[in-house]
Design a protein around this ligand. Structure first.
Ligand SMILES: NC(=O)C1=CN([C@@H]2O[C@H](COP(=O)(O)OP(=O)(O)OC[C@H]3O[C@@H](n4cnc5c(N)ncnc54)[C@H](OP(=O)(O)O)[C@@H]3O)[C@@H](O)[C@H]2O)C=CC1
Ligand SMILES: O=C1CO[C@H](CO)[C@@H](O)[C@@H]1O
Length: 393
């Protein structure tokens, strides 16, 4: 995949993760750019990258660059993704794809018209045992899917003094915990089950309606000591936690709990899929184990091992069993998949990676969740053509 030259935009938490994973996937990283020329240079030097590019615009204008990765805060995704596609380049955009479905719908149309590949970085699909779970649903090991439950919980925004751009609706979007982490779970579950969520009923809560914002810059996940940092109070409308009941297209149902205020849970996504024959359970904090629940025989636990997994899961496993894989490996596998498609020239739908259409569907789901919470009732998720899907039951 060395034939592709890529630039990463954003030098914060996840930008360098993209750089490292691209290199491990064998893609040439021609540079990283930040919000200023000085930040671009500092990040390039830190990561041992060329310093040829100092801004997003410079990378856009260079015909030798094939693809751009966007790892900037959510409010920049729409304009930047549009600009990348219009410059004739492929794009990988961080989640959530945009701030609302008008933007994400437009991005889907622009991507289709451009003939370029456009992915959203829903990386959690690329834990090998999540591909294994999808294969087991496909090959009917579980039987009929009955219900899906789970959670995505963190603690880095527990205190009133914890602050990040994500808490502001203007920077991250009107939904926060749901859009920031809940959509990983919702994307993952729809990927694994092969079913769309058609209706939702949500009850969300803002624990801190005011937070202390540092007057200087803040890094994602930084737990500063508020006593030493100058802050100013700021009103917060985005949710810290909440519950969402779900209905799937075929009658299965379920629920998701999302929270960024659960002490002790650093970054913990869990799911349990219950079928008429078996259940499956997985936890992102021990991602090399998949629990298999049986009614009439002992339960089992599959330890990630390419020799014992479906070929689709073995294909995205980089190491033999017992050599634990984790968060950074998911990005490597996502990028291997994306650039592998580019290298083969196979860009037709359905793509083997999460596309802008998947990203748009997540935004439609978020909008239904917000509407449901505000109106305190079940809401059908709009179809990706703008139509209302018919809810079940
Ligand atoms: N898939 C995943 O697992 C993850 C996804 N994400 C997603 O990635 C995105 C970024 O999150 P995160 O890395 O945590 O955020 P950070 O705030 O840590 O980093 C964002 C970076 O973007 C830079 N930036 C802002 N505006 C521009 C611009 N116009 N041009 C170039 N760079 C710019 C910021 O610069 P400055 O420092 O000057 O502000 C900062 O370096 C979000 O959309 C988030 O949802 C994040 C973490 C994990
Ligand atoms: O996967 C993730 C881990 O946490 C980050 C901060 O909440 C998210 O933005 C991200 O998508």
């Amino acid at each position: 995949m060395a034939e592709f030259r890529t630039v990463v935009v954003g030098t914060g938490f996840i930008g360098p993760v993209h750089v490292e994973a691209l290199r491990r996937a064998g893609v040439e990283v021609a540079g990283i750019v930040g919000s200023t020329a000085a930040k671009s240079r500092a990040a390039s030097e830190r990561l041992g990258l060329p310093t040829d590019f100092s801004s997003f615009e410079e990378a856009l204008g260079d015909p030798s660059i094939d693809c751009i990765h966007l790892t900037t805060p959510n409010r920049f995704h729409f304009d930047q993704a549009k600009a990348v596609l219009r410059a004739g380049k492929h794009v990988v955009c961080e989640k959530p794809l945009a701030m609302n479905s008008t933007e994400s719908g437009e991005l889907v149309r622009i991507a289709r018209d451009s003939g370029r590949a456009a992915a959203v970085a829903y990386n959690i699909r690329f834990y090998p045992l999540c591909h294994e779970a999808a294969a087991r649903v496909r090959n009917d090991s579980l039987g009929n899917l009955l219900h899906v439950t789970g959670s995505y919980v963190q603690d880095w925004l527990l205190k009133e003094t914890d602050f990040n751009w994500r808490v502001l609706a203007t920077d991250g979007g009107e939904l926060r915990a749901v859009a920031d982490i809940g959509t990983h779970w919702l994307d993952l579950i729809q990927f694994i089950t092969g079913r769309h969520i058609t209706s939702v009923c949500a009850d969300l809560r803002t624990v801190h309606s005011a937070r202390q914002r540092p007057t200087g810059p803040v890094q994602t996940y930084s737990a500063g000591n508020a006593a030493e940092i100058a802050t100013e109070p700021v009103q917060v409308t985005t949710e810290d936690c909440g519950a969402i009941l779900l209905r799937f297209a075929d009658g299965a149902n379920g629920c998701l709990w999302v929270s960024q205020t659960t002490a002790g849970k650093k970054n913990c996504l869990r799911y349990e899929l219950a079928g008429s024959k078996q259940s499956l359970a997985w936890n992102s904090e021990s991602p090399n184990l998949l629990e298999i629940g049986n009614r009439d025989q002992p339960n089992a636990c599959l330890v990630r091992d390419p020799a014992q997994m479906d070929p689709s899961a073995a294909e995205i496993s980089g190491y033999p069993g017992g050599h634990n894989e984790g968060f950074p490996d998911t990005f490597k596998q996502l990028f291997r998949c994306f650039y592998g498609s580019l290298a083969s020239g196979e860009l037709s739908e359905p793509a083997p990676y999460p596309t802008f259409l998947d990203g748009h569907r997540e935004i439609l789901l978020c909008e239904a969740i917000l509407k449901s919470h505000r109106e305190q009732r079940w809401v059908d998720v709009a179809g990706d053509d703008g139509s209302e899907q018919v809810g079940v039951g």
